[in-house]
Design a protein around this ligand. Structure first.
Ligand SMILES: [Zn+2]
Length: 121
């Protein structure tokens, strides 16, 4: 599967996630999806990220703003069912709430560790 095909499949899963989140009582607004190397460098420099190999550079990650009862939700316990749903959609999907080095609950991604996808086209 090409990177472009993977980006398209990722986005379809993201649509399912947004619809599922909405159906289970969240309001969802869009955060960051695509990211330039220049922006990533700023995040690394300011400590917001630890890698120059972010999946956002391949456009296979999205950060969502998830609201419940009018308040933005960050806590892992509340978002865990959405993370489980996301990871159930495809074996390559991973939720940032389960991150080993960084817990990033609004982050939903696909395909980490697949070097053939690292060429941004
Ligand atoms: Zn992210």
């Amino acid at each position: 599967m090409s990177l472009s095909d993977e980006q398209a499949a990722f986005l379809l899963d993201a649509c399912k996630l947004i619809q599922h989140a909405t159906a289970t009582g969240f309001k969802v607004t869009g955060g960051e999806l695509a990211r330039t190397p220049e922006q990533q460098a700023i995040y690394v420099k300011t400590g917001r990220s630890k890698t120059m190999d972010s999946i956002h550079l391949r456009r296979c990650a999205i950060d969502l703003n998830l609201f419940k009862d009018g308040k933005i939700v960050w806590d892992k316990e509340t978002l865990a069912p959405l993370g489980a749903y996301w990871e159930s959609l495809n074996p390559l999907n991973s939720w940032g709430g389960n991150g080993r080095t960084l817990v990033d609950t609004p982050h939903f991604s696909r395909g980490q560790g697949k070097p053939e996808w690292r060429r941004v086209t």
